[in-house]
Design a protein around this ligand. Structure first.
Ligand code: TRP
Length: 376
């Protein structure tokens, strides 16, 4: 492998230019093909743009859970977030698909907020701070329109009770040897982080425990979370649980052009709490697939495939024709980056304006959604 082709993807780090096909082969997940998409269409009546456009591109047993659904058996949705800071619009993308699945299939959603994980992982993070972010981030999830009967929040340090017996059973099946190899832990990794995978795995089995019948989950998330669910699938059988199934996305491009947004550079992402001035500045300063001069761009056109501005149009515009036109006008040189950025600014500010209103309405309601409050 040549030096510039090297990349690293773990649940805690994404570095270099990601080769998504190579990553699949490395992890052993499958590409999402026309067959699986046709199955989804058969049961949902349509296919969400994020799947149609290939942003969600891989899976484990997605076809199996569709057939399970076809047999009229129960299933549920699961995803989560490590609350290390404010939510950016990239984080929201899998949650938008989550809401779509929940609506289309009338499914309950288990959403884990791993304040413990972020506390273990970041030497500077205070536990209270991570827990506080969990509550703040929960507002962004609720704002997508979930009702308390459909969305079950699990803040790890607050809602551990239903999870712990399952985590204990999972932990007994996971050896140091296995987790070391899977997550790259070393002798100086703290034991909190070493135990943590059993908690992320436990939620995949929680619906089965609560319903007292086999209830597999579908987990829509970014591909970097696969190591957890690979292990969950390995141990499911011996614990008497159905194997979790997954649907994996690529990473959101940073506005600055890197493969993934980073919390250390606030200009690489648009946060849900950014004001319009900040959104404008970030979009207008973004890296693009454009040419250095207007003249060259008119002549040769731009490259939407390396362009974060186009990437965001693709993610946030539900209208296929509109996205296709942006693509054509970029390639042909008919539209310059400035105009394209202003279009994106309009889309994003409209989305954020509505989102902020719903987010503030959710404030004070988080406990209604917390699983251990509901189980009392
Ligand atoms: N480990 C995830 C993170 O750091 C958080 C998480 C917990 C999660 N459970 C999940 C992500 C299930 C996706 C699916 O962000």
């Amino acid at each position: 492998m040549k030096k510039e082709e090297e990349f690293v993807v773990t649940p805690w780090e994404v570095r270099g230019k990601v080769d998504y096909d190579k990553l699949l082969r490395h992890f052993g997940a499958k590409p999402l093909t026309a067959d699986e998409i046709a199955l989804l269409e058969k049961y949902a009546g349509e296919v969400h743009p994020l799947i149609r456009r290939g942003f969600f591109y891989a899976h484990r047993d997605f076809d199996a859970v569709m057939r399970w659904h076809g047999d009229g058996k129960p299933w549920a949705l699961y995803t989560g977030r490590g609350p290390s800071g404010p939510v950016h619009i990239g984080h929201m993308v899998p949650w938008i698909l989550l809401k779509w699945f929940s609506d289309k299939f009338n499914l309950e959603v288990y959403f884990q907020l791993t304040d413990d994980e972020k506390f273990f992982d970041d030497p500077e993070m205070k536990l209270e701070e991570a827990t506080n972010w969990a509550y703040e981030n929960a507002l962004d999830v609720i704002a997508l329109g979930f009702t308390p009967d459909k969305l079950h929040l699990i803040v790890d340090t607050k809602d551990i009770r239903p999870l712990y017996p399952i985590a204990v059973k999972a932990a007994k099946k996971l050896t140091w040897n296995t987790v070391k190899a899977t997550f790259g832990f070393t002798d100086s990794t703290n034991i909190g982080l070493i135990f943590y995978p059993s908690l992320q795995i436990a939620v995949a089995f929680l619906p089965t425990e609560l319903r007292r019948e086999a209830t597999p989950v579908l987990i829509p998330c970014a591909i970097d979370q696969d190591p957890y669910f690979r292990l969950a699938r390995d141990i499911a059988d011996t614990l008497g649980y159905p194997k979790p199934t997954t649907l994996y996305s690529k990473f959101i491009m940073a506005l600055t052009g890197e493969s993934k947004m980073s919390a250390s550079n606030p200009d690489s992402a648009i946060y849900t709490q950014d004001d319009e001035k900040a959104v404008k500045r970030k979009i207008m300063n973004a890296f693009t697939g454009g040419k250095p001069t207007a003249e060259e761009q008119r002549k040769y056109g731009g490259d939407p495939d390396i362009c974060p501005v186009y990437h965001y149009h693709m993610l946030f515009d539900p209208d296929d024709a509109s996205v296709e036109k942006i693509r054509q006008d970029c390639r042909s040189g008919a539209m310059l980056c400035g105009e394209c950025k202003l279009k994106l600014y309009d889309k994003i500010t409209k989305f954020l304006k509505e989102h902020k209103e719903k987010r503030e309405k959710a404030r004070g309601n988080v406990d209604q959604y917390r699983i251990s409050v509901k189980l009392k």
